[in-house]
Design a protein around this ligand. Sequence first.
Ligand code: PEP
Ligand code: MG
Length: 322
Amino acid sequence: AQKRYSGLRELPATTSCGTRIELFMNAGLMADLPSMESSGAEGVGLFRTELQFLTRTRVPRRSELAALYSRVMDAAHGRPVIFRTLDIGSDKVLPYMKPQDEPNPAMGWRAIRVGLDKRGVLRMQLQALIRASVGRPLHVMFPFIAEPSEFHAARKVLMEELAREQRLGHGMPEDIRVGTMLETPALAFAPLSFFRSCDFVSIGGNDLKQFFFAADRENELVRRRYDSLSEPFLSLLDQIIARCDEAGVKLSFCGEDAGRPVEALTFAALGIRRLSMRPASIGPVKHLLRQISLEDLRAAIGRTRAEGGSVRRTVTEFLAQL
Ligand code: PEP
Ligand code: MG
């Protein structure tokens, strides 16, 4: 599939009506980075940092992490890499972490909740990120933020670590951008001041959808039951897009739906200008984006939305006419 779209690699994802959509890739390993060249990704919109923690028998050392993060940034050749801090929960049990007995681990003590309660690991990871990005930009994203106070607290930890590095006389990143994942419905309704305080926002559609529809993303009985293109979910996306537009903050979508063509095009039509996906999805999504008028698609979607239900058929039919 990559070969089929290789002619598009160097071309931008610009629609026929002239709207530029940025296509980024998701990654989690050094071995993912060569896909940046082959897919034509403009950056890494989500670097999941869990794997290095899950595959060890002890907490990785700061120096090991710094070396890895640095190699990842080297391999991106100046294109942005957004590192998400550890999203570990009691479902992803670290061998060296005391297991928690939680009835609903996906809604339990995970991600930034652990990071803020046990700051040692968060601090160490942030130190590694700072050291890896001396003299170049650092993009940090915090996972599973449900309220603004959690984002502010996490960013404060980052600022403290930057100050500490400076006191120690170490080099500094050239530029620091701090963003949030938007994975909990509550955060979509945070005040404008919160969105203004973020350098970027990325919708984690996998979690956002599971909590919006109350349908476990791991449970085969329910995980495909609800449609991301149904009116309630699109209304939620509208809310987030409007908040981010008003706050002037960069918004992206980095859940699995971003790499599904029908979903990706719908999100673009709603107003999302950056999508981050599996590298193999970039070619097919770009191929379609370059052929469509987002204005026409938005009009078609609007007519269906007025009646409620899902726009899936409308978008699929729109694409079939190309
Ligand atoms: C998401 O929730 O959509 C997301 C990108 O994070 P993860 O899949 O790692 O939970
Ligand atoms: Mg998530």
